[in-house]
Write a protein that binds this ligand. Structure first.
Ligand code: ZN
Length: 573
């Protein structure tokens, strides 16, 4: 998706220095586009990534591969501009707040005190009024009548099903609160589409309470900052408040495949076109692991028609914008959108990443593109294919066109095979088989290679929708995808909706006591998510988080040992 050319009006305004009364924050939404443009160059972190230099001199490079040549203007895409759910675009930035002057007594009052993490709850402190059983006491019919965005449905979901503790541990990298969580920005999209940025919390419980109070239709996760995001306006100079770290993120959305998928378009998806996401995940995941050495990569269904990747390794989180752009450029071969013409034009010999990707994608091209999508069946469609063949092989093109004229509706699988068979009979003297092979590889990549919304990956301070929130349009939960065991079988249309989950809690029955068995064992507490089809997803998330925390602890212990040991060990080398 091409990034927006013209930034919204208020985007260039620097961080306002005035302290705004926190109590008013839920009445006056933050500007969607509040931008930390002054603060975008993080200090050059000591990145433990041996490949990072290699990345800069990256691979491929045809005309569409533009990471290095692209001019990066300071005013580029606001953080939220291209997050997948379109609602954001309509959430009009509120008018900028008047400068009220810094109140000295408020300068430090949020620094380290838990109580002060409730700045906005003072005005309207109320726990959800509804009983947790409110919805489960209703009939199935009634629940289905509720929209996913119904505040009561959402309240039940956040109260009883959302995995707050694991979300906290995931972002905190430790069971006890650290700045990794406390200085992390959360942004809420409220029911009225207002967008509340720079929220932060010291614990998962405080986050949970604020979500239940504000009932956002969704919330997003931003970077960890050098200071508490709530204090940003009290800091004397803007460079004291800058993003420090964030997961490296990727976004793949099926709308970028609209020119090649024939089964659905726009917001619609089916199992057939979902295969584009499946193959994209395979290629990106493999490259991130094999070429960059990342281990902790979580893929999350975006709730409607795409997927997000969160690369959570410490070395990934510390990447500055330049390195993020380099990695994004390494992976970007093709841009989505319907612009005509050849989208892939790669330099030969192919970069090893592309050789490997082709290997992964070949099979998908046969079954998921040629057979399932049949993209060149009609006469109009076949012209798209012919246009992608080498321009100097006019004879081949016209021979194919003639052949297909006599068999209208010839399926794409056969048309693809025709290219080789007709080429073999070519009488042209200097027929260039190499250029035909290259063109065919380019076509395979054009129809299968991941189409990334690269803006999401380039910036440390880009916000991305949190895992496990509910997509307000579909009601589906943004569940993680177990790439190792369940990628091929993942069915986006089978992902539970918030309404179905609430019904499952209600329908859940205690396992029957075995005769003569011990009732006490059965009485073991079962939390609500364990009663629903969210169970597998949350358990997967939990194991992912545990793996991440374990590695994080080892990194910390190793560093401490090195510091204490005075480098004795390293002297041996
Ligand atoms: Zn489809």
């Amino acid at each position: 998706m091409p990034h927006s050319e013209s930034p919204p009006e208020s985007e260039n305004s620097p961080i306002p220095m005035a302290n705004v009364d926190q109590e008013q924050e839920d009445a006056v939404a933050e500007s969607t586009t509040a931008q930390v443009s002054e603060a975008q160059q993080p200090a050059d972190e000591d990145v433990d990534m041996t490949d990072s230099n290699a990345v800069l001199s990256a691979p491929t490079n045809g005309t569409t591969h533009t990471s290095e040549s692209k001019a990066e203007s300071q005013t580029e895409t606001p953080n939220n501009q291209d997050t997948p759910v379109p609602e954001t675009a309509t959430s009009a930035p509120s008018e900028s707040k008047p400068a009220t002057g810094v109140k000295l007594e408020e300068l430090f009052d949020e620094m380290d005190s838990d109580d002060d993490e409730f700045p906005t709850t003072k005005a309207a402190k109320r726990e959800p009024a509804s009983s947790p059983d409110l919805l489960s006491s209703q009939s199935d019919m009634e629940i289905d009548l509720h929209e996913a965005s119904d505040p009561e449905v959402m309240r039940t979901f956040y109260q009883r099903l959302f995995p707050w503790r694991y979300l906290f541990q995931w972002l905190n990298h430790s069971p006890t609160p650290t700045n990794d969580f406390g200085h992390r920005e959360f942004a809420f999209t409220l029911q009225n589409d207002a967008y509340l940025r720079y929220q932060s919390f010291t614990t998962s419980d405080l986050l949970r309470k604020d979500v239940l109070r504000l009932m956002p239709s969704r919330f997003e996760i931003g970077p960890v900052y050098t200071a508490n995001p709530r204090d940003r306006k009290t800091l004397r100079n803007s460079s004291a408040f800058r993003p420090l770290s964030k997961e490296l993120c990727f976004d793949i959305d099926l709308t970028d495949y609209d020119d090649i998928r024939t089964c659905c378009d726009k917001a619609n998806i089916c199992q057939k076109c979902w295969q584009f996401i499946t193959m994209a995940i395979k290629v990106v995941d493999t490259a991130l692991r094999e070429d960059f050495g990342f281990k902790h990569i979580m893929w999350v269904y975006s709730g409607r028609r795409g997927a997000h990747a969160w690369v959570c390794d410490k070395s990934a989180r510390a990447l500055d914008d330049q390195k993020r752009r380099a990695i994004a450029g390494y992976l970007e071969v093709i841009r989505g959108g319907a612009q005509s013409g050849k989208k892939v034009n790669l330099r030969r010999p192919l970069h090893p990443h592309l050789v490997r990707s082709l290997d992964i994608l070949k099979q998908h091209f046969q079954s998921d593109v040629l057979e399932a999508q049949d993209p060149w069946r009609t006469e109009d469609q076949q012209e798209k294919l012919l246009a992608l063949l080498p321009s100097d092989q006019k004879q081949l093109v016209s021979a194919l066109r003639n052949k297909w004229a006599s068999s209208p509706d010839r399926p794409s699988t056969l048309k693809w095979a025709d290219i080789d068979s007709v080429a073999k009979t070519s009488t042209a003297k200097n027929f260039d088989t190499k250029s035909l092979l290259d063109a065919k590889q380019d076509i395979v990549l054009e129809y299968t290679y991941p189409r990334l919304d690269i803006e999401v990956s380039k910036k440390l301070n880009h916000l991305l929708k949190s895992p496990f929130v509910v997509h307000p349009g579909t009601g589906r939960v943004c569940v993680p995808i177990d790439v190792k065991r369940g990628l091929e079988s993942f069915d986006p249309l089978g992902v539970p909706t918030v309404q179905s989950l609430i019904r499952e809690i209600d329908e859940w029955k205690k396992p029957e006591t075995k005769e003569g068995g011990q009732e006490q064992e059965v009485e073991k507490h079962v939390v609500d998510w364990e009663k629903t089809s969210l169970k597998g997803y949350i358990e997967f998330f939990r194991s992912f988080v545990i793996g991440l925390m374990k590695d994080e602890r080892e990194i910390k212990v190793k560093r401490e040992r090195e510091e204490e040991g005075g480098g004795g060990e390293s002297m041996e080398f």
